[in-house]
Write a protein that binds this ligand. Structure first.
Ligand SMILES: Cc1ncc(COP(=O)(O)OP(=O)(O)O)c(N)n1
Ligand SMILES: Cc1ncsc1CCOP(=O)(O)O
Ligand SMILES: [Mg+2]
Length: 206
């Protein structure tokens, strides 16, 4: 389902410093192959336009697009997938109406095992404290427990930076997801390139 080499960098856009499209384009130029469009406040009319423009960019770079929370926007922009959390539309209902990748957020092994039935991958975190979202920190050990409990790809999220990403990779995650490390960077393309550089040197050892 996630047809990219491991470990991968999963960039989540925020429109708070740069436009969503600017972040997506910078990440794609750097070599990122999975982008999540995450917009929590804009009207649907604005979201659908942004999501469609990012879809076009992802097509140019042969990259996957996941839409956060909103199955309607995901359908309208022909996204590859949709990501839902514990309070969003349940994954089993997403599966009824959406033909694509389903990602689900989890914090515990119990949630992870339940999510496995309908999800194609899991977003596990927060790995570290983060200012981007109020989210309980489960730590690197919490991520490791989830990785070991399931057989679908696990993407770590929350407070991941160039400084701590190696520690996270050692848990065996399939990928690492970042919002601020790229979307809030002075130079998002350079930030993504540097993170990708660290991922490519990681030898997979635990
Ligand atoms: C890859 C990935 N993992 C986790 C999340 C968080 O989803 P959720 O808990 O629904 O929180 P919001 O992002 O919707 O605020 C994610 N978006 N992506
Ligand atoms: C969306 C989300 N879900 C758990 S932590 C988080 C925020 C991640 O953002 P950042 O990479 O800036 O810490
Ligand atoms: Mg959500």
């Amino acid at each position: 389902m996630l047809k990219i080499d491991k470990p991968f960098l999963y960039v989540i856009t925020s429109g708070k410093r740069w436009k969503h499209e600017e972040v997506a384009k910078a990440a794609l130029k750097a070599g990122v192959r999975i982008i999540q469009y995450r917009e929590k406040e804009a009207p649907a009319r604005v979201m659908v336009g942004e999501a469609r423009r990012i879809r076009k960019l992802c097509d140019e770079y042969d990259a996957m697009l996941i839409v956060n929370d909103r199955v309607d926007i995901a359908i309208a922009c022909n996204a590859d997938g949709v990501h839902v959390g514990q309070d969003d539309i349940p994954a089993e209902i997403v599966a009824e109406i959406f033909d694509g990748i389903i990602g689900m957020s989890v914090k515990t092994v119990e949630q992870a095992k339940q999510a496995e039935e309908y999800a194609d991958y899991l977003g596990a975190g927060s790995a570290f404290p983060t200012g981007t979202k109020e989210s309980k920190v489960i730590g690197v050990e919490g991520i490791r427990r989830i990785v070991e409990a399931v057989s679908i790809p696990v993407v770590a999220i929350g407070g991941i930076t160039r400084e701590n990403v190696l520690e996270v990779l050692k848990t065996g995650v399939a990928g690492v997801a970042v919002v601020s490390a790229v979307s809030m960077a002075d130079d998002p393309e350079d930030a993504a390139r540097k993170l990708l550089g660290i991922l490519s040197t990681f030898n997979g050892g635990r």
